[in-house]
Design a protein around this ligand. Structure first.
Ligand SMILES: [Zn+2]
Length: 628
C-alpha cells in the first residue's frame, strides 16, 4: 500500500508539472508596443490556490497604483499574469530547524545568499520561459510567493512573500527591478569605501550633487546612511520606500521609475497618415494627426515642425500643411510631445519627449515634369583621361512646357548619391522641351587623370538648379556604372574644383576667385619629382621645345614671365612644388581684384623637373578665361 501511495504522489506531481500555464492579462491599457508590460508569476501556489494567487495580484496592483509615481502613470502599464501550479504550497526554509523543503514551480527559498529574509527563486530558467508566455515582457518579472514568512529580494525578478506586508515588500522590490534603485537602508557600523554607485538614489557625495535639481523639494537633501552602509554613502531623503516599508518613494526614486517607464512606453499610439511617406499635390491641404496618452495633469506640450522649423501656435494634435505654402519636393513634418511631469527634472536623454515624422513629397500636377528615364555610355572599362560619350534621354512628362534647362554630369563613388563636390563632367544646355516630348542628348567628356581604379558612377542630373518648375523635383537623376582601369604613365594637369570640368574648355574665373590646377603623375618618382606649372596668354601652339621630344604646349609670353616671377606667391600658390607619394601636386590660382589681364583664353601646363635632366616630362594644357 505504501508503494501505491508513493506512486500516486509521483503521478500527481507529474500531472501538476504538466498543467498548462494560465496566461491572463489583468490590466490592459493599450498595445504591448506602446506600454510597459509587467509580468507576474506565482510560486508555491498549488492548483487549488489559483484564486489566492489572483487575489494577491489584485491586492498588490490595487496598492501599487495608489502609490506615486505609479498612480500618475497608471495608463503606461499593462499587467499580465502567468500561473503555473506548484506541487506543494509555500517556499523552502533551509534555515529553520528542522529545515523545510517544498516542491514548487520555481523553487523559491528563504535565506537566499545567506540572508534570512531574502526570498528568491532558484529555477529562474523556467520562470523566464513562463514569463515569455505573456504577450510581452520588459525583462523584469514579478514573482508572488505563497508563504506567510516575511521576505523578499530582487534582481531580474522582484520576489515577495504574500503575507501582511506583501504590497509594501513587492513595491520595494519593484523599485529595484523596474526602477533600478538601490536600497537606502544601512547596517550600523559599516563604512562604504567603493566607487560612486551607479544607482541614482545613493551617492558618495556628502552634498548629494547627484540629485541637486531636487534639493529643497519635499525634504530632499543628503542624509548619511544608505546602500547597507551607515557611513560613506548618502541618500536623498530621511526616509523612502527604498529604506523603510510604509514610506512613500522619494522624488529621486520616483524620477528614475518614471524615466525607465517612459523609455519603454511609446506615448504616441497612432498617427494619420499612417505611412511614413505622404504625397501631396498642390493645391491640396494635408492633415496630420496623432493620439497620445500623456496624462493631462502633466501639461504635455505639443510642437509641430516643418523642415526643422517650429510652427508657432500649432499645439494641437492635428496640423494642416498647405501645399501651396511650401516649395515643391520633399519636406519633413515632425510632431513632438513633451511630457512636463513634475516627477522628472533631469532628462538628458529626452525620454519624456516623443516624436513622429513624415516625409512629405509635394508636387504640382499642372507643371512640367522632367526626368531621365535612361542613359547609355559607350565605355564601361575606362582609363584615366579616357574620353567617354554619354547619351541620356530626357522626357517632359508634365502637361506644361519646360523652358531652357541644363543636363549636368558628375562622377561619384556612390550609385545613389552625388554632390556638387564630386568631379564635374560638364553639361548640355537644352533650349526647352514641350509637354510630352522626349529628346536623346549626347555629351562627350574626358575623364580626369585622377580617376580612381574602382567602380565609379556617372550621374546625369536634369535641371539641378531648378529653373524649370516641375511637379516632382525628386526624380531628376540617373546613374551609370564605369570601372576605372590602370592608366597610362603620362603627366597630366587638370582642374580639381567643384562644378569645374577637369579639362574645361570654357571655364572662366572672376576677380577674387580661385581654382586648383592639379598635377597627376602616377609614375613619377615622388622623392625627387618637382613640378612647375607655367601660364600663357598666347595659346598652346606651336608651344615651346624644352628638350628632345619634350614640347611644352604653351607659348612663352609676358604672362609666363609674371607666373615665373611670382611662383608660390598669393596668385600662383604651389605652382612650384614636390609631388606627394601618390604623384599628385595641387596648386592654387587666385585671381586678384585688380590685375591687368588679357580678355582671351589663357592656359596652364606643367613640366616635371629631374635631378640629372632638368626637364623630364610635360603635361597637357588646361584652359582658363579670366573675367575682369
Ligand atoms: Zn528614495
Amino acid at each position: 500500500m505504501r508503494a501505491h501511495y508513493l506512486l500516486a504522489g509521483a503521478a500527481l506531481a507529474l500531472a501538476s508539472s504538466l498543467t498548462a500555464q494560465t496566461v491572463t492579462t489583468v490590466l490592459s491599457n493599450g498595445t504591448t508596443d506602446t506600454r510597459y508590460d509587467m509580468v507576474i508569476l506565482g510560486d508555491g501556489y498549488v492548483a487549488s490556490e489559483q484564486a489566492t494567487f489572483n487575489a494577491d495580484v489584485n491586492t498588490f496592483l490595487t496598492a501599487l497604483f495608489q502609490k506615486s509615481p505609479y498612480n500618475i502613470f497608471a495608463s503606461y502599464y499593462n499587467v499580465h499574469t502567468v500561473f503555473r501550479a506548484s506541487a506543494q504550497s509555500g517556499a523552502d526554509r533551509p534555515d529553520e530547524t528542522p529545515p523545510v523543503f517544498v516542491n514548487t514551480a520555481y523553487e523559491a527559498t528563504y535565506n537566499y545568499g545567506g540572508v534570512d529574509r531574502c526570498l528568491y527563486i532558484q529555477n529562474t530558467s523556467i520562470a523566464l520561459a513562463d514569463a515569455a508566455l505573456a504577450p510581452a515582457t520588459e525583462g523584469r518579472v514579478i514573482v508572488m510567493v505563497n508563504d506567510t514568512r516575511y521576505g523578499g529580494c530582487a534582481a531580474t525578478f522582484a520576489v515577495s512573500y504574500n503575507g501582511s506586508q506583501m504590497t509594501e515588500v513587492q513595491a520595494h522590490e519593484l523599485g529595484h527591478s523596474l526602477g533600478q534603485l538601490a536600497d537606502e537602508y544601512d547596517y550600523a557600523g559599516q563604512t562604504y569605501t567603493g566607487p560612486e554607485p551607479s544607482q541614482p538614489n545613493i551617492t558618495t557625495s556628502p552634498t548629494g550633487q547627484k540629485w541637486n535639481l531636487w534639493h529643497g523639494t519635499q525634504g530632499i537633501s543628503a542624509f548619511q546612511g544608505a546602500g547597507y552602509n551607515q557611513f560613506g554613502l548618502w541618500r536623498p531623503r530621511s526616509n523612502c520606500l527604498m529604506r523603510s516599508l510604509g514610506q512613500a518613494l522619494c522624488r529621486v526614486c520616483q524620477e528614475n521609475i518614471v524615466k525607465i517607464t517612459n523609455s519603454v512606453a511609446n506615448v504616441i499610439t497612432w498617427t494619420t497618415p499612417a505611412t511614413a511617406s505622404v504625397a501631396v499635390q498642390r493645391p491640396n491641404v494635408q492633415q496630420f494627426s496623432f493620439a497620445h496618452f500623456v496624462p493631462a495633469g502633466n501639461n504635455p506640450i505639443i510642437e509641430w515642425e516643418v523642415d526643422g522649423n517650429v510652427q508657432l501656435g500649432q499645439t494641437a494634435t492635428t496640423f494642416f500643411l498647405n501645399s501651396t505654402q511650401v516649395t515643391l519636393g520633399n519636406h519633413t513634418v515632425k510632431v513632438t510631445i513633451k511630457d512636463q511631469s513634475d516627477r522628472v527634472r533631469l532628462d538628458p536623454q529626452l525620454v519624456m519627449h516623443e516624436s513622429h515624422s513624415w516625409v512629405v513629397s509635394v508636387s504640382d500636377p499642372s507643371l512640367a515634369q522632367l526626368r531621365i528615364p535612361s542613359m547609355t555610355n559607350n565605355l564601361v572599362l575606362v582609363n584615366p583621361g579616357t574620353t567617354v560619350t554619354l547619351s541620356p534621354t530626357v522626357v517632359n512628362d508634365g502637361p506644361a512646357v519646360a523652358g531652357a534647362f541644363a543636363v549636368e554630369f558628375f562622377l561619384s563613388n556612390s550609385p545613389s548619391a552625388w554632390t556638387t563636390q564630386d568631379t564635374y563632367l560638364g553639361k548640355i544646355d537644352v533650349a526647352g522641351l514641350n509637354n510630352g516630348q522626349q529628346v536623346l542628348l549626347q555629351h562627350t567628356t574626358q575623364l580626369p587623370w585622377s580617376l580612381p581604379l574602382q567602380i565609379m558612377y556617372i550621374h546625369a542630373v536634369v535641371d539641378r538648379i531648378n529653373v524649370v518648375a516641375e511637379s516632382n523635383e525628386t526624380d531628376n537623376e540617373i546613374a551609370r556604372v564605369i570601372l576605372g582601369q590602370a592608366g597610362p604613365c603620362n603627366t597630366g594637369l587638370e582642374f580639381q574644383d567643384p562644378l569645374t570640368e577637369p579639362f574645361a574648355g570654357s571655364i572662366s574665373l572672376a576677380a577674387g576667385g580661385t581654382l586648383h590646377p592639379t598635377v597627376i603623375a602616377p609614375c613619377a618618382n615622388p622623392t625627387s619629382a618637382l613640378y612647375l606649372i607655367a601660364w600663357t596668354g598666347s595659346g598652346t601652339a606651336p608651344g615651346t621645345t624644352l628638350g628632345p621630344g619634350l614640347l611644352l604646349p604653351l607659348n612663352v609670353d609676358a604672362l609666363t614671365q609674371i607666373g615665373l616671377g611670382n611662383l608660390n606667391g598669393p596668385i600662383f600658390g604651389s605652382f612650384l612644388g614636390v609631388l606627394n607619394a601618390q604623384g599628385v601636386g595641387q596648386a592654387q590660382f587666385t585671381l586678384p581684384p585688380s590685375l591687368a589681364i588679357p580678355t582671351g583664353p589663357t592656359h596652364f601646363a606643367t613640366v616635371l623637373l629631374g635631378s640629372t635632366t632638368l626637364f623630364t616630362a610635360v603635361s597637357n594644357p588646361i584652359q582658363l578665361t579670366l573675367l575682369p
